[in-house]
Ligand binder design. Structure first.
Ligand code: 1AL
Length: 389
């Protein structure tokens, strides 16, 4: 079973794969209803870890599969499920991952979305669930309502490819700029899907937030997003802005060991360790703000925490951000990065708090630089909302 996979960046991959997964169970994504959960339950779609396959695992219902798999339909209709996003926001694309579903993958899907109020949408057991429990009259009425509510089609009926390594990722870009709270995934007519990733950027209603309230403006629930990085070999830097503390090293940002390190490490004449080279990641804040406190958590990184980190900030327009991304952030030309936290030594497996912040100006982006390489599990940027001058 693969548990520690390198994040491979291929130039053929769509850019939206770098954004946050708004439906992941680790950010509160939930399956509210599925028409059938016979072979494997729909909540597997939202698991954080990549799907696995165990050749000889069977259950009383059939072959054990790591995904959502419905029965071969012998009645009219098609299968579908409703997912409540953990973080509501703007969706930029989907990955419908059919890993390991080969003779049993869903041949086609469509995806709809809705912006629903959170009240009055209870969670139901699957309609054709394994125990055969029928939905109550009340539940049935609510399911009918979910079916008839105004769902907007984001992906129209499209054929999927089977779950072999080269074909399992079925990518669908989305151009809608609206904020969504729920997804309806339709299978035509039935079958299995390993994971559904809903890539996008969270959107928070800031009108209710007082200027005296401190908010972590990097957090994905507050609209923070990673917009560039130098290396993400073992873990993507977007993990830094996830909820709570990291569950393991795989839930943090971890770079490869730099290959340009000297064969023997030395100290200079002041006794300072010489560790050339660095790695960096850049984040757009969910709202411009003045940062007053920073948390850097090296939780789980014990033999591979960075020697030090430096944190800078700047004001960047959407055009400047786009230009820098297209240049793969090679130069950061024309950007005035200002120091928030000067180069600071880090400790292993430790939550660091920094309150001596060097900059008292509103900023839109932050760059975290680690030297020379290694892993950090979370970064929190506590700030007061502020408009730009
Ligand atoms: N071998 C199978 O996977 N068969 C069936 N699926 C499961 N999970 O048993 C099927 O054909 O739908």
């Amino acid at each position: 079973m693969a548990t520690h996979r390198a994040v491979q960046k291929s130039s053929a991959d769509p850019h939206f794969l770098q954004l946050n997964n708004l439906a992941c169970e680790s950010v509160g994504g939930k399956v509210l209803f599925a028409t059938d959960d016979w072979f494997a339950p729909a909540h597997n779609l939202l698991k954080r870890d990549a799907a696995t396959f165990i050749p000889n695992a069977f259950t009383d219902f059939g072959k054990w599969m790591d995904g959502w798999e419905t029965r071969r339909k012998r009645i009219p209709g098609h299968d579908w499920c409703i997912i409540q996003l953990g973080v509501s926001g703007v969706i930029h694309g989907f990955d419908v991952d059919t890993s390991f579903f080969t003779g049993n993958y869903a041949p086609s899907i469509s995806i709809q979305a809705a912006c629903l109020s959170q009240d009055g949408i209870p969670e139901f057991p699957a309609q054709g669930d394994r125990t055969g429990t029928a939905a109550s009259e009340e539940e049935f009425q609510a399911i009918q309502k979910l079916q008839s509510d105004s769902w907007v089609e984001l992906v129209s009926i499209a054929a999927l490819k089977p779950g072999y390594v080269e074909t399992c990722h079925n990518y669908f870009p989305v151009s809608s700029q609206q904020r969504w709270t729920h997804i309806r995934l339709n299978l035509y007519p039935d079958g299995g899907i390993a994971r559904l990733k809903v890539y996008g950027i969270g959107e928070r209603d800031w009108s209710a937030v007082s200027p005296n309230e401190k908010v972590d403006l990097a957090s994905l629930v507050n609209g923070g997003v990673c917009v560039g990085f130098s290396d993400a070999h073992f873990g993507h830097p977007r993990n830094l802005i996830g909820l709570g503390r990291a569950i393991n090293m795989g839930d943090g940002w971890e770079t490869a060991r730099r290959l340009d390190r000297p064969p023997v490490l030395t100290v200079d004449d002041k006794g300072v360790l010489q560790v050339p080279g660095s790695e960096w990641s850049v984040f757009r804040l969910g709202h411009p703000g003045v940062i007053t406190h920073i948390e850097i958590d090296t939780n789980h990184f014990k033999g591979n925490f960075p020697d030090s980190c430096t944190i800078e900030a700047c004001v960047m327009t959407p055009e400047e951000e786009k230009e820098n991304i297209s240049m793969r952030w090679k130069t950061n030309q024309g950007l005035e990065w200002k120091i928030l936290l000067p180069t600071t030594k880090l400790k292993a497996h430790h939550l660091h708090f920094f309150s001596a912040i060097e900059l008292a100006e509103a900023v839109t982006h932050v760059r975290l630089t680690i030297a020379p390489d290694g892993g950090i599990s979370r970064m929190r940027l506590w700030a007061y909302l502020h408009s730009l001058p």
